[in-house]
Design a protein around this ligand. Structure first.
Ligand SMILES: Nc1nc2c(ncn2[C@@H]2O[C@H](COP(=O)(O)OP(=O)(O)OP(=O)(O)O)[C@@H](O)[C@H]2O)c(=O)[nH]1
Ligand SMILES: [Mg+2]
Ligand SMILES: [Zn+2]
Length: 319
């Protein structure tokens, strides 16, 4: 058992759970603390969430006794990355605030299913654009392979393999491919994301070998209502590494992706772009476009290019 540190001593840790203004912080030696912020909490992270799941923080421990909190957060370390979403400011509905869903993520795990819902490469491409724009490492998990293990499924994934993305074929139902996935998650902070129903929660429960997501919502230690309204939880994997189940991409803040910078997030475009006739080429309709040329000669996958056009069209020109 871990013993609590001395009164008033400082310690460092990572936020694994957020519930309103209270946080669970796990210290480097594995001790869990209930913590809160206070007016003196310092950060250089700008005008976003003060504290988010995944944040590395410095704690100042306080006298516990019967108090609900065991520590205050003195300092929030600068974030290496932040998955964010836009939220209306409650008192001023026309205003939006950037809310951090998860900080310091090492990799995005894009989960799709081979069947039910049908595998959509358009959706994969949207996730990859987002991951590239955030400079996140990405792995793709094709789940429910027990339902549809056809050559077509692997054929659809070929362009992604060629682009260097790691792909795992799994069946959470039949526990296939789980060992390799577990290995890829070890020692990292990973965010799971994907369409509803693809099996994210089932996969995560399989990784734990028991139903962890439900128990994650109620804290075994305190047994208090503190965690019932929790909206994101980071789970420590038995083999090391943390995972977080995030909302789908519709919830993500994509406002940094514009018609002008979208081209850079299709990484196979980069080598061809300098050869376009017009330096301002949007790679949509221009004559002498090297991207369109590469698509025609099969050097760029035509489905990927279709995704580029679809995302391009979907981006509001004003934003
Ligand atoms: N056949 C089969 N069914 C699966 C597999 N993985 C999950 N399912 C089923 O798919 C359904 C959805 O799974 P969830 O794990 O809840 O999906 P999710 O991605 O967490 O969905 P949201 O929480 O809505 O985003 C459940 O009925 C699961 O039992 C699998 O590998 N094979
Ligand atoms: Mg789920
Ligand atoms: Zn072009």
């Amino acid at each position: 058992m871990n013993t609590k540190k001395d009164h008033n001593s400082a310690t460092a840790g990572m936020v694994t759970e957020v519930s309103g203004a209270s946080y669970i912080v796990i210290s480097e030696d594995g001790t869990e603390f209930r913590a809160r912020t206070f007016p003196g909490t310092k950060t250089d992270n700008g005008d976003t969430s003060l504290v988010a799941v995944g944040d590395r923080v410095e704690l100042k421990l306080i006298e516990t006794g019967t108090a609900l909190f065991e520590a205050v957060i003195a300092f929030v370390q600068p974030r290496t990355s932040a998955l964010t979403r836009k939220r209306e400011v409650r008192r001023n509905r026309s205003k939006e605030k950037t809310q951090v869903i998860a900080a310091n993520i090492d990799q995005l795990v894009v989960v799709v299913s081979a069947y039910d819902p049908l595998l959509s490469t358009r959706l994969i491409d949207r996730y990859l654009v987002f991951a590239e724009s955030e400079q996140l490492e990405t792995i793709i998990v094709v789940n429910k392979m027990d339902l549809e293990d056809s050559p077509e499924t692997r054929e659809l994934m070929k362009p992604y393999k060629a682009l260097g993305y790691t792909i795992f074929y799994t069946s959470a139902e039949e526990q296939r491919g789980m060992k390799r996935l577990k290995k890829a998650l070890a020692g990292k902070l990973s965010a799971f994301s994907g369409h509803s129903g693809v099996g994210k929660s089932t996969l995560i429960n399989q990784l734990f070998g028991h139903e962890r997501l439900k128990t994650g919502e109620t804290n075994e230690k305190t047994g208090k209502g503190l965690h019932t309204t929790s909206n994101s939880v980071m789970l420590l994997l038995p083999g090391g590494g943390y995972i977080i189940d995030t909302p789908g991409i519709r919830e993500f803040n994509l406002s940094d992706i514009t018609r002008e910078n979208l081209r850079f997030y299709f990484k196979e475009f980069l080598t061809f772009m300098p050869d376009c006739t017009y330096s301002s080429c949007t790679h949509t309709v221009e004559p002498g476009c090297a991207i369109q040329g590469a698509v025609e000669s099969g050097l760029i996958d035509s489905e990927r290019y279709e995704s580029y056009l679809a995302i391009y069209d979907s981006i509001d020109q004003q934003s």
